[in-house]
Design a protein around this ligand. Structure first.
Ligand code: SAM
Ligand code: SF4
Length: 324
């Protein structure tokens, strides 16, 4: 098992497979994807070797993310490859959902266990104002199909933004009433590129927490290795609510994840500096042992916490670089 010097165990890998995205979320890529000419994104073989090496160190869950993972034509093959890696028992993906209706059947067939779709508003005009895209209904239809197909875990991510969706908690809750979905409110994080937006739009997660507690939601007890999200349930609602508060005290104490970006750099934290290059260790199956030794050595340097509360987002300009 990969473990750091603070006793945290890492059994969860977030693997970015592309930086490209077709949305322009105002908190992430307000000017759209601007291109990255220097290096190719990870190949299917490199992805397979990453999955195998992490699995050999005790990783059991891999989340595929981006940029927007579904812009890759070989995404279904990537899901199948990761899923067939011995030791990996959960393959998850985070997507903006624009290709859901067309591709969810093939992703389910390839073995996708968990789907997170980002839907920052259920109001089409607000959704468009945040993401620059108009096909909210198409995305909701795709989500219904995912439920029909019985994808075991389905979550919706919503970043809370002052003046856009912070008055829509009630509408989101109503929507959850008869849906077996967990809705996760994410507190906006400051990144290198969004300082002004952050100062104007950040909503404290504590405010959302108070509203939830005042409307009958109860915190759900979670396992020791459940990760940093808080979860809430309500007897009148089929769905659940989660809250991700990266600025809260002790958020990093339950960190159980590592990240590899789309060009093969290991990030020990979402807000660490430049990433540690793994690519030279991904060129042949015979390099697996060397790769595993490298992972164990590097983990010794993982810091106890990020420095976001000091406004320091490390080298992370926006989360499309790393996948969130
Ligand atoms: N494109 C996919 C999507 O949007 O779901 C996957 C990548 S995106 C970077 C992953 C998650 O990070 C999304 O749920 C997105 O809303 C969230 N995110 C992006 N920038 C963020 C920020 N500055 N603060 C909080 N969450 C952010
Ligand atoms: Fe694209 Fe996801 Fe960033 Fe939105 S949050 S711009 S969908 S990468």
């Amino acid at each position: 098992m990969l473990e750091d010097r603070f006793g945290r165990e890492f059994h969860y890998l977030r693997l970015s497979i592309t930086d490209v995205c077709n949305f322009r979320c105002n908190y992430c890529l307000p000017d759209g994807y601007e291109g990255r000419p220097d290096e190719a994104f990870l190949s299917l073989d490199e992805i397979r070797r990453i999955a195998s090496a992490f699995a050999a160190t005790g990783t059991s869950k891999i989340r595929i993310t981006g940029g927007e993972p579904s812009v890759r034509k070989d995404l279904t093959e990537i899901i199948r490859t990761v899923k067939s890696t011995p030791g990996i028992n959960k393959v998850a993906m985070t997507t903006n959902g624009y290709r859901l209706p067309e591709l969810i059947d093939s992703w389910a067939d390839a073995g996708l266990d968990a789907l997170n779709v980002s839907i920052d508003s259920l109001d089409p005009a607000v959704f468009q104002a945040i993401t620059g895209h108009s096909q909210l209904q198409q995305l909701l239809d795709g989500l219904e199909r995912a439920v029909e197909l019985g994808i075991p875990t389905i979550k919706v991510n919503a970043v809370m933004l002052k003046g856009f969706n912070d008055n829509q908690l009630g509408r989101f809750q109503e929507w959850l009433k008869h849906k077996p979905i967990t809705l996760r409110f994410i507190e906006l994080m400051q990144t290198g590129d969004n300082a002004k937006f952050f100062a104007e739009r950040h909503v404290a997660g504590d405010d959302v927490r108070t509203q939830l507690l005042n409307t009958g939601w109860t915190p759900t007890l979670r396992g020791k290795d459940a990760g940093p999200a808080q979860e809430f349930h309500h007897p009148d609602y089929m769905g659940r609510v989660g809250l991700i508060m990266p600025y809260s005290k002790d958020f990093c104490a339950t960190c159980n994840r590592l990240r590899v970006n789309s060009t093969g750099k290991l990030h020990l934290c979402l807000f660490s500096e430049n990433g540690l290059d793994l690519r030279h260790l991904l060129q042949a199956d015979s390099q697996q042992e060397e790769l595993i030794n490298f992972l164990h050595t590097q983990l010794a340097d993982k810091k106890v916490s990020h420095f976001l509360q000091d406004g320091d987002s490390g080298g992370t300009r926006h989360l499309a670089m790393l996948g969130g």
